[in-house]
Design a protein around this ligand. Structure first.
Ligand code: ADP
Length: 477
């Protein structure tokens, strides 16, 4: 059983209770984590506070950078081990698990280099004054992490928070958290001071809730579902705790008649099957110009029929979904869509080696999904691509912006003026022109508008969110 990690040591959950860890590839429990509660959270927040005030917060920025770089190197040295943990815990095909470890190392490298480049400003003011700003860490930073990309989200949120001088308490998801515990241990071995990185495992409504309510937490970074994000933001608002929310999306991939389809189609498929569709920025809606709609669907159908789903270790196109309830939800929504007359154009295959107890879902291509359908509006977190056609550019924008979300959009067109017009008019946090996802883009600010949340992670921009500005005005005459 895995203990919490507080003050650089493993500490069993004070409840004495555990939560089984289930392998999504066969549905069997293979390990357990502690069921942390408010006592463990209090312990971790106290450790983080001590460290922030006496050790981490006192370190020169360049030294923080060196430690983050050492962690990046150590993560790469443990790449096989971390990828194996992530694969089993999340059901990720081998290439995806390895890519996630590489992304974590890259986040840490990026933020290592950023530590001593983050600075304030001097501001012209009245005669006889000098005014400057300091960018100060919030102090203790809480990180609520989901199960879809534990390592990557650790990198982008904990990496940036540490770079800015915060000490961290992490509550990873109860479905997948083993890699986060291991990275915290590796950080301790790499020389991070006690209390800089603390992990408390457990359920969201217990450990997670205790963490966001804790008066000693100065900033919250939440990545997860809109419902829980809203609840967490309400709790944070009551005690005026700043928060970054990344709540997912229903992101459109928009294909104009002049698009380079040879480049577009593989990217479009990958954007919905990556991590079995369990990606906040999944391109789950496909909007295609009327004149090429049928031919695009025909070509995509050929690809979808070749896609294979199976146990993570087989490293096929898709692994399983994270858990049975997620699998049931996807099946339910697909059944309801078919009942309402929505047609399946093509789907992939679950291989015969897949144990029936695993949580498999074949990728599905749907056509003519009405805008009001739940499959065109709700985040599904499954490998289901909902297609519809558009008449012209204005109609494409209307459809693209017509959901509660606004995270990412992809646009495929060779027309340069149209590329700019689309990028301006799409209501979302990231627009990709003739690509989707830009291969991860550790350097590129990421986050949404509307129900996709607020605040930005990734890139240098994240460092602003993990700091607060203090203005200092000197009157010297
Ligand atoms: P998902 O539906 O993808 O599992 P959730 O939003 O339920 O996403 O979970 C994301 C993270 O939020 C997980 O770490 C989960 O434990 C945590 N969480 C769930 N409920 C709460 C809560 N009430 N307060 C704080 N964190 C929570």
């Amino acid at each position: 059983m895995q203990a919490n990690f507080i003050d650089n040591v493993g500490r069993p959950a004070s409840s004495g209770l555990s939560i089984p860890m289930v392998d999504p590839s066969d549905g069997q429990a293979f390990d357990a984590i502690g069921r942390g509660n408010a006592i463990d959270v209090d312990d971790a927040v106290s450790a983080a506070r001590r460290c922030q005030e006496r050790a981490w917060g006192q370190l020169p920025a360049a030294d923080r950078g060196r430690l983050l770089m050492q962690l990046s190197v150590a993560v790469t040295a443990h790449a096989d081990e971390l990828a194996a943990i992530e694969q089993r815990d999340c059901g990720k095909p081998t290439r995806q698990a390895r890519a996630d470890v590489a992304a974590l190392a890259r986040y840490l490298e990026f933020y290592a280099g950023a530590c001593d480049k983050l600075h304030g400003a001097t501001i012209p003011y009245l005669d006889g004054y000098s005014v400057l700003t300091w960018r100060e860490p919030h102090g203790v930073s809480a990180h609520i992490i989901p199960w879809n990309y534990p390592l990557q989200i650790f990198g982008r949120s904990v990496g940036a928070a540490l770079a800015a001088g915060n000490a961290c308490v992490i509550k990873p998801a109860e479905d997948a958290c083993l890699s986060v515990i291991r990275v915290a241990q590796i950080a301790a071995e790499a020389g991070f001071p006690s209390g800089a990185i603390n992990v408390v495992t457990g359920y969201g409504h217990e450990a997670g809730d205790a963490l966001v309510r804790h008066a000693g937490v100065d900033h919250i970074s939440f990545t997860g579902s809109p419902d829980i994000g809203t609840r967490v933001a309400q709790v944070a608002a009551q005690r005026h705790c700043p928060i970054t929310l990344e709540l997912g999306g229903k992101s459109p991939q928009i294909v104009f008649a002049d698009a380079d389809l040879d480049a577009a189609l593989p990217t479009i498929v990958n954007a919905i099957i990556q991590n079995s569709g369990q990606t906040c920025s999944a391109g789950s809606r496909l909007l295609v110009a009327e004149s090429i709609y049928e031919s695009v669907l025909e070509r995509l159908a050929l690809v979808f029929r070749t896609l294979r789903v199976g146990p993570a270790a087989l490293d096929l196109d898709l692994g399983p979904l994270i858990r049975d309830t997620q699998q049931q939800r996807v099946r339910r929504m697909l059944a309801a869509a078919q009942d309402s007359g929505i047609q399946i154009v093509a789907q992939g295959q679950i291989v015969s080696q897949a144990p029936p107890t695993g949580f498999y879902q074949a990728p599905v291509l749907l056509r003519d999904v009405p805008l009001a359908s739940p499959l065109a509006q709700e985040e599904l977190f499954g490998p289901v691509l909902a297609s519809m056609s558009f008449r012209d550019e204005g109609h494409a924008i209307e459809l693209a912006n017509a959901t509660a979300f606004g995270l990412v959009a992809g646009v495929w067109t060779q027309d340069g003026a149209r590329q700019f017009r689309m990028a301006r008019r799409l209501r979302c946090g990231q627009v990709f022109i003739n690509n989707y996802g830009a291969g991860g883009g550790v350097e590129i600010p990421f986050g949404g508008v509307k129900a996709s949340g607020y605040g930005r992670e990734k890139g240098f921009e994240a460092l602003y969110g993990f700091t607060t500005v203090k203005s200092v005005a000197f009157r010297h005459g």
